[in-house]
Design a protein around this ligand. Structure first.
Ligand code: MRU
Length: 346
């Protein structure tokens, strides 16, 4: 059965609680902005495109019981909801991209009744969700052309169905290659500290009957040196104008290893993950998460009390290490300033 990571059901957001996987497939219903923010911060819903969809529905949830009496009051209320949700996770640009899009619905419909604007907000959130599914499907179709029959692909974190409204980004390419009859084997980095690779990507790939092997993050380099990896395919949380890409911590190291070992390194993402307002990766805000994620393992302490911890959730892969960026509109290659601008129609 296909998995539906995020849905809009009876005026509530229905998500899979990703912190429970792979043990339990448990659904959560979010009917307040506090619950939406909590689910985002605790990574019950995660992955850049899924964060955008959750934030969009968060706005709908946030204003559905609004007591605003006029347009200006309602607009200020929406601004407050957007500010509240925007502060939940800083790196994935899809979150603020979706909130900006929701806010524009309000501003552009000032002549309508508040009930009508609320209805338009719900329609916009549904549209963001549906568009994400279509984009990811197209990423799969475009990206599968880069995968050969018999390839062994390495991926990091989870850029699959669970990280999106459907299909995934990096994994959409694997799914499509399989649909086209190509035999693909996938190595999955476990992705310390929160194990999105082992808990989520392996779970997803096994459900789709893809041949998958789980490795510790530190195994990737040796596999590449032995010539066992043909391609690396990862997702992104934000790609900027010069092609630098923020993605789960550990991605940068993989890209350097790929270059050293002459392995193609692909980033797959929808245009909603591309932020042309930022010139280079140095300007991308990197989320620093709690010490406990590193000092504990599967709920048990694995480091001495009092030790200093540094736990950035993401890193920056400079574009010189990226062989191509695969989007729903096509495949971009260096120089990225130019190819990304063209893909946006500029
Ligand atoms: O911290 P997470 O689990 O939200 O990080 C997710 C990633 O790094 C993904 O690779 C990225 O968001 C792309 S998801 C299609």
């Amino acid at each position: 059965m296909p998995i539906n990571p995020i849905e809009w059901e009876n005026n509530r957001i229905k998500i899979i609680d990703q912190t429970q996987l792979p043990h339990k497939l448990k659904f959560l219903y979010l009917d307040s902005i506090e619950k939406v923010k909590d689910a985002i911060c605790k990574m019950k819903v995660r992955g850049a495109p899924a964060l955008g969809v959750a934030a969009a529905f968060g706005v709908v949830v946030g204003v559905q019981d609004s007591t605003s009496r006029d347009f200006n009051q309602f607009k200020r209320e929406v601004e407050g909801v957007c500010r509240f949700l925007r502060s939940s996770r800083p790196t994935a640009v899809n979150l603020s991209w979706a909130l900006d899009r929701m806010y524009r619905v309000v501003v552009n419909n000032a002549e309508f009744s508040l009930d009508k604007i609320k209805q338009k907000l719900a329609e916009e959130a549904l549209c963001i969700m549906e568009e994400d599914r279509q984009c990811n499907r197209a990423i799969g179709e475009k990206g599968a052309s880069l995968i050969n029959d018999g390839d062994t692909v390495l991926t990091h974190c989870n850029a699959g169905v669970l990280a999106t409204a459907g299909y995934g980004t990096a994994l959409s390419i694997i799914y499509q290659a399989k649909n086209e009859g190509k035999k693909v084997k996938v190595y999955v980095d476990e992705t310390r500290p929160l194990l999105q690779g082992s808990r989520l990507t392996c779970w997803e790939l096994l459900r789709e009957a893809i041949e998958v092997t789980l490795i510790c993050d530190s195994v990737a380099g040796e596999l590449m040196r032995e010539g066992k990896i043909n391609k690396v395919v990862v997702g992104a949380d934000r790609v900027v104008a010069n092609g630098d890409a923020a993605n789960k911590i550990g991605t940068y190291s993989l890209s350097v290893l790929a270059k050293e070992n002459k392995v193609a390194f692909y980033v797959a993402c929808p245009l909603s993950t591309i932020d042309l307002s930022i010139a280079s990766g140095d300007e991308i805000p990197i989320e620093i998460r709690s010490d406990e994620e590193v000092t504990t393992f599967c709920g048990r302490r694995c480091a001495p009390e009092g030790v200093d911890v540094y736990n950035p959730a993401f890193d920056i892969t400079p574009s010189r290490y990226i062989s191509a960026i695969i989007t729903e509109r096509g495949i971009c290659r260096a120089p990225y300033e130019e190819s990304l601008r063209i893909i946006f129609g500029g």
